[in-house]
Design a protein around this ligand. Structure first.
Ligand code: ADP
Ligand code: ADP
Length: 229
């Protein structure tokens, strides 16, 4: 059985008379431990889909099975528990707490989870042991994003959701950050979903889902994912 099964998920937004269909009949499956790249232009519906997978929003219709449980049926309390326990988030702009060190940022996340990972092991996993006592402002963009990845992974999530994780970084730094995400995912058997408009990132996914105009355009499986050149 697939780890994630999205079945004809539709999300529409109503604004008075105006109806916007942000996701239309979205269906795909993801295996446990896979790195999935969701690719599409601005306005395609990627954030809407990511919000649904992360428990920040629910579809208007359809099913979203995660580990066999339909999160589309969750009430807001169940969604909050799901977000806290099951999902790690990595954003474009890191979202670290500025007056906490790298280690303290990671500790904060691990405290909200029952079976959190060891904080120092998680910092080592992203190559930041030597920066553990630095504050975010003392770190480069790439290092801050590594802290954010460590913070997300420390929760020991089932699912790691990354929203344009390299959007604020130069090419070389972005490449390294993607490698950290990929390595951390493989070592911890975490299923990763990376949302991006950057088609260069597609080649490192085990699976690439192209979204356009609210719909799935194609789903490709990549037998030999490769790091960026
Ligand atoms: P992407 O992340 O690919 O840029 P989005 O999921 O943000 O795309 O948006 C898809 C479409 O849904 C857009 O037309 C957007 O304006 C619309 N949309 C997204 N969120 C809302 C909302 N809360 N209310 C109304 N329309 C929305
Ligand atoms: P808390 O208020 O205790 O942080 P939340 O339910 O608001 O609890 O957040 C739980 C998790 O979901 C956190 O890891 C947070 O980063 C993430 N989260 C909450 N809201 C959003 C959002 N709008 N977009 C992305 N991630 C979010």
């Amino acid at each position: 059985m697939a780890y994630i099964e999205v079945q004809q998920a539709t999300r529409q937004f109503k604004n008075g008379e105006q109806v916007t269909v942000a996701n239309r009949d979205i269906s795909f499956e993801v295996d446990q431990g896979a790195v999935v790249v969701i690719l599409g232009p601005s306005g395609a519906g990627k954030s809407t889909l990511l919000n649904i997978l992360g428990g920040m929003d629910s579809p208007t219709s359809g099913r979203v099975l995660v580990d066999g449980v339909d999160i589309a049926q969750f009430n807001s309390r169940q969604l909050t528990t799901y977000r806290r326990q099951a999902v790690g988030f990595v954003f474009q702009f890191y979202n670290l707490v500025p007056n906490l060190t790298a280690r303290e940022n990671v500790e904060l996340a691990s405290q909200i989870t029952k079976d959190a990972r060891d904080v120092d092991e998680t910092l080592a996993l992203v190559g930041l042991t030597h920066r553990a006592d630095n504050f975010p402002a003392q770190l480069s963009g790439g290092e801050q994003q590594r802290v954010a990845i460590a913070r997300a992974v420390a929760k020991n999530p089932k699912l790691l959701l990354c929203d344009e994780p390299t959007g604020a970084l130069d090419y070389q730094t972005g490449k390294q950050v993607l490698q950290v995400i990929q390595d951390a995912a493989k070592q911890t058997q975490t299923t990763v979903i990376i949302v991006t408009h950057n088609s260069a990132i597609a080649q490192l996914g085990d699976q690439v889902i192209r979204i356009n105009d609210a719909q799935v355009q194609s789903v490709e499986h990549n037998a030999h994912p490769t790091p960026l050149a």
